[in-house]
Design a protein around this ligand. Structure first.
Ligand SMILES: [Zn+2]
Length: 355
């Protein structure tokens, strides 16, 4: 079942790429319009095309697809060990499945709320920049603004532990992909829990995988009770949006699962599911972190490419060169991180998505 975990990793990353592209498109319009001295209304109208009515079908489709896969496998297992003497009629189980949700998924309205708040924050920032630009040398102002844009406009979401400790400040794209990560993981776990109930199974297993998250490591590759599963999925983090301009902090609903968990859950059928391959906790931790870093750097590189494009349009060659240099540092960092992974198969998994 390692494939599912890899699938989750891939879709989460693709969602991050989608939102990153939206952010970068917004940023290009921000600087183009600011330079051309367009009004706040014109700017808002243009970026509304990006942020209003965002199509979430891509995400919904992946959640549904993942559910189907797990369901079929479990039924076949139950038939194989003779717990059921024939395959159940799918239509019958379908309605039952839809009405039983163990772990709550994020409603689509939460994604929309975040997208809208982000849009409002960009518009407010645009308005302020329009006023500020008149007090400075335009070229200097635009160059400085490009340097601070990500921090002030994109990196505005903070998430907190349940105890209220701020853990990290992230971009909208990162946060929404984490939310999607939680939904994918939970929907796969939901499916397993429902199947277990339907098939009278009481034990579970998180299959061995080389990029296991910290929280799940202790639970991986051994039979688990339902209680242990529930404890594990309950380890979530709360999230606030920090409104940079007003300094206000607003709590929002979207709970994220212990960050970036891509572990999958199966019903435990037999000891054949226990893998004999194993990495030490330190090795797993290292592998996990390397993959996170590579993904982060790849996205940072796409931000820098946007900055380079904007700097070119602003006619600021110095800034173009600076970004070019940063990109080449990132490229060499990615190469050296990759070389720290022990096998070529792990290297491939850590950088499965090319950009
Ligand atoms: Zn996990």
């Amino acid at each position: 079942m390692q494939k599912s975990s890899e699938e989750i990793a891939r879709y989460v990353y693709l969602v991050n790429v989608r939102y990153t592209n939206k952010q970068n498109k917004t940023k290009e319009i921000f600087f183009k319009y600011l330079e051309e001295n367009k009004s706040k209304q014109e700017f808002e109208k243009e970026i509304s095309k990006i942020w209003d009515n965002v199509n979430h079908d891509f995400m919904n489709k992946q959640i549904k697809k993942l559910q189907k896969t797990v369901n079929k496998d479990n039924v076949e297992q139950a038939v194989n060990i003779g717990r059921m003497n024939k395959k159940p009629i799918y239509q019958q189980t379908k309605d039952w499945v839809i009405n039983n949700e163990y772990f709550k998924l994020t409603p689509e309205s939460d994604f929309i709320k975040f997208e809208q708040k982000y849009k409002q924050n960009v518009v407010r920032n645009y308005e302020r920049s329009q006023i500020a630009i008149d007090s400075y040398d335009r070229d200097t102002y635009l160059a400085n603004k490009l340097g601070s844009y990500n921090k002030n406009v994109n990196q505005v979401i903070t998430y907190f532990s349940k105890e209220g400790v701020p853990l990290r400040k992230v971009q909208l794209s990162t946060y929404l992909s984490m939310l999607h990560n939680t939904d994918l993981t939970r929907s796969a776990w939901n499916q397993t829990m429902r199947d277990a109930e339907y098939l009278n199974a009481t034990r579970f297993i998180i299959p061995y995988h080389p990029f296991c998250c910290n929280e799940c490591y202790y639970y991986m590759n051994r039979p688990l009770s339902k209680l242990e599963v529930e404890q594990l999925i309950d380890k979530t983090y709360n999230v606030d949006i920090v409104e940079i301009l007003t300094g206000n902090r607003e709590q929002v609903v979207g709970d994220i699962l212990h960050p970036n968990c891509k572990c999958t859950l199966d019903i435990y059928w037999s000891d054949k599911q226990i893998s004999s391959i194993s990495y030490s906790p330190m090795e797993i931790d290292k592998q996990y972190k390397i993959r996170q870093k590579i993904n982060g750097l790849t996205l940072e590189r796409s931000n820098l490419r946007t900055d380079m494009k904007i700097a070119k349009e602003l006619g600021n060659q110095e800034l173009v060169d600076k970004n070019k240099a940063k990109i080449s540092v990132i490229n060499s960092n990615i190469r050296s991180l990759k070389s720290e992974l022990p096998t070529s198969s792990l290297q491939k998994q850590a950088t499965a998505i090319k950009r």
